[in-house]
Design a protein around this ligand. Structure first.
Ligand code: 13P
Ligand code: SF4
Length: 352
């Protein structure tokens, strides 16, 4: 539906009034009505890199989800305040690994005698507490665009990796990019005693995958790949690495949000694509490339509901409040957590 012109005008006016004081970041999965107001758009890696790009801006309005706003707060100085227009914009995957569960897991690894040789690698899509755990134990953060480099680095530091919280990104990177086998990976289930694993299994594994997944990408199925190949002969199937291993294996190409955008930019006119990632982005890409046939991989999969929490009314409210000098929905990570989490984030930003 087209956006309410009155709200569009209010957002524009509030942003103009704030001028240099505000810096708006927007993730590729945001709604059209919101992303048009972003000063910088990107995948989670680019947004982490860009968070500190405007030190003169007092306010960073983060159009994305909670863990991204936390990371922006960690990566910016005290003079910058990060605002998330709707506090309900969380991430179901990040919620699948709590600090208590991860501390318990580390005890299980210690008990099995493997903690000393295990390096944690945590996906950006995790809470600041998990990032702090990662930093405290000498590990790194990764995103979907640098997971391979992060694992290369981690295996130079130790013999095993504890990969949190997305089992699919961990497995896909290990098997597709690092030449490991499925047998090198075990899944740690935080809801079972000892993660559902024996000490022997932990000692035999190279990759200990946390049992988490994305509620959007995890829903694409092998069936949807088969169905689209039948329906559109010659179609290229391009999916995000948060998809299940069998989906990634059946696809033609795999990559992060930024990779998907570039691949379509480079694709010849007339080519056909079925894309397995968030629907807001796929719809935008289809509109931007009228010379190509671009379809959503599975019509039963929906928007990311938490990304969609950030809508134009919430953005207008946040911007108008800031323009009135009132800081709303500030995301602030406590100092100790931030210090350890920053170590892990800086390690990622320094990856070759
Ligand atoms: P990227 O932005 O790294 O592609 O990750 C996708 C995602 O699920 C963000 O929530
Ligand atoms: Fe979390 Fe998946 Fe939504 Fe990204 S798309 S915010 S990983 S639920």
């Amino acid at each position: 539906a087209p956006s309410d012109p009155d709200l569009v005008e209010r957002a524009r006016a509030a942003k103009e009034k704030l001028g240099e004081k505000v810096f708006v970041l927007g993730h590729h999965y945001q709604r059209d009505e919101v992303i048009r107001f972003a000063d910088v758009t990107g995948d989670s890696f680019r947004l982490a890199q860009q968070a500190a790009a405007r030190p003169e801006a007092e306010y960073i309005v983060f159009c994305g989800v909670h863990f991204m706003a936390e990371s922006a707060d960690i990566l910016t100085g005290d003079s910058q305040q990060v605002v998330l227009p709707d506090l309900a914009a969380g991430c179901s995957m990040a919620d699948m690994a709590t600090a208590e569960q991860v501390a318990e897991c580390w005890d299980v690894l210690t008990e099995a005698g493997v903690a000393g040789v295990t390096v944690p690698v945590s996906y950006m899509n995790s809470s600041a507490d998990i990032k702090a755990f990662t930093g405290r134990h000498g590990g790194t953060i990764c995103t979907s665009s640098n997971a391979e480099r992060a694992l290369d680095w981690a295996f130079e530091q130790g013999e095993k990796v504890l990969f949190l919280p997305d089992q699919h990104l961990g497995r896909n990177t290990a098997v597709r990019e690092m030449g490991m086998s499925l047998e090198d990976c075990v899944v740690y289930n935080p809801h079972k005693p000892n993660g559902g694993l024996t000490a022997e299994q932990l000692r035999g594994a190279k990759m200990i995958l946390w049992r988490g997944h994305c509620s959007v990408h995890g829903r694409f199925s092998l069936e949807s790949v088969r169905e689209v190949r039948e329906r559109i002969p010659g179609v290229n199937v391009l999916v995000h690495p948060e998809c299940r291993h069998e989906v990634v294996t059946a696809a033609d190409r795999v990559g992060s949000t930024e990779y998907i955008i570039k691949a379509l930019d480079a694709a010849p006119a007339g080519s056909k694509w079925a894309i397995g990632t968030e629907l807001n982005l796929v719809r935008r890409l289809a509109k931007a490339h009228p010379d190509k046939e671009i379809v959503f991989l599975d019509r039963t999969v929906c928007f990311c509901s938490t990304m969609n929490r950030i809508d134009l009314p919430h953005l207008v409210w946040a911007l108008e409040s800031l323009a009135d000098g009132k800081v709303v929905n500030r995301i602030e990570v406590d100092e100790e957590t931030a210090a350890y989490a920053q170590q892990a984030l800086e390690r990622m930003l320094a990856l070759p």
